[in-house]
Design a protein around this ligand. Sequence first.
Ligand code: ARG
Length: 497
Amino acid sequence: MKKGTRRVLAMCLACLLVIGGMFFPVAKTAQAVDVVNVGTNAEFPPFEYINDDGEPDGFDMAIIKAIGEVEGFDVKITNMEFKSLVASLATGSLDAVIAGMTVTDERKQSVDFSDSYYTAVQCIVIRKEDADEITCLADLNGKKIAVQEGTTGDILCTPGEDNDVITDENTTVQRFKKGTDAIVTLNNGGVDAVVIDQNPAENFVANNADTLTLMEDDTSTEEYAIAVQKGNTELLEKINEGLAKIKEDGTFDKLVEEYINDNATEETTEKGFFANLKYVFVDTNGYQLMLKGLGVTIGISVCAGILGVILGFILALMKLTETRKKRKTVLSRIAGIYIDIIRGTPSMVQLLIMFMVIFRSRYAVLAAILSFGINSAAYVAENIRAGILAVDVGQMEGGRSLGFTYGETMRYIIMPQAIKNVIPALGNEMITLVKETSIVGYVAIVDLTKAGDFIVSRTYQAFLPLIAVAIVYYILIKIMTWALAVIERRLRQSDNR
Ligand code: ARG
């Protein structure tokens, strides 16, 4: 084997080892004994919501922590989409779910439920001006209804065989990932009603007292319980025992007082533009969430960018073996397949596969860095390869006739010139990368975009937070573009064009 090829192979091996090493902790810590991985969907106040520090908080979180305390286990909370919770329990990436989750026969097929800890009903939230027209659930037939995806409200409103209230097939049901998005849509006039559990409904209406009102239909009551994996009786017994203990010692009632009864939300009054600006970004700590999110966006982009450039460089060299040998080589084939697959699939899907399949819903940030790095490498590889090929062939011939080896000519003559060709394209790739990371919210990472999303949830306002997020990205990209121009100018200084 030629020296160059050997070196490329060694580099690939090293990379594989590094990446393999990153996976190792997943296998090791998955079985930790006294940490219980609890999933929730922090979009359901007062049971669960994101607090001022950007952490999941609320009645449910307090309950499960109190149970953990009396039963001697630590609780690790993962915030995810409501409709993914049951599936995550089944695959084992969660040990328990506490999310204001109603016990239903259907869910009982896939999970086991603890004793019930709360009784609730479904409510209809409507705009004040529609209060005469919509007075019960049946009035929603043929209307546009918004629900949170996969909840009992969703089931109640979806026309189907065993739905004897909403029977009109033309009823439109819009399913949102978050209850607040449904409420914002109702406020904007996009739907006629939101059907959701009573406590969050009350909370949402209190926060939108000028525009919204609440309707109670006497739908049957629902029982909330904690879910565990089917057959995990050990944990289930602990939870039931802990629940009984905290009910007996008064902790439970204290938490009901604190989180549910005292949940006085400030009345909204019309605010002027600047007062509103202050409310959205300062009073509710929005700017801190955004700053934290910006840090995460930058962190993930930088790490993924570095990984992308290193991997991309290796891939480019692998592909170039083909140009050198004037026939396909094993290395160029491998690199070709890699680039082909990565470029042929959406980065969103790659991210979900990395996080849910490979990392089993753990180490989200690491999964995101790897996923974006691997994705970026495919594009970087082509940029670098094109940059190297753009260097005149005479340069290689010149180098070789001076007695340099292929590797030396590459290193001392071709690469320095190739870098100039590559920098603009590489810069573009980095800019794309920063913007692409805005999908990490899907794997429960709070980046800049997700921070904006949280502010929408907390303030029920979409305009200011989203525009602010856009402006911050814009500034970030502007700075990158400017830095790139400076670098490029420096590199071109020695050119006599
Ligand atoms: N109780 C309803 C259900 O179980 C809604 C729960 C929604 N919970 C949440 N954390 N988003 O379907």
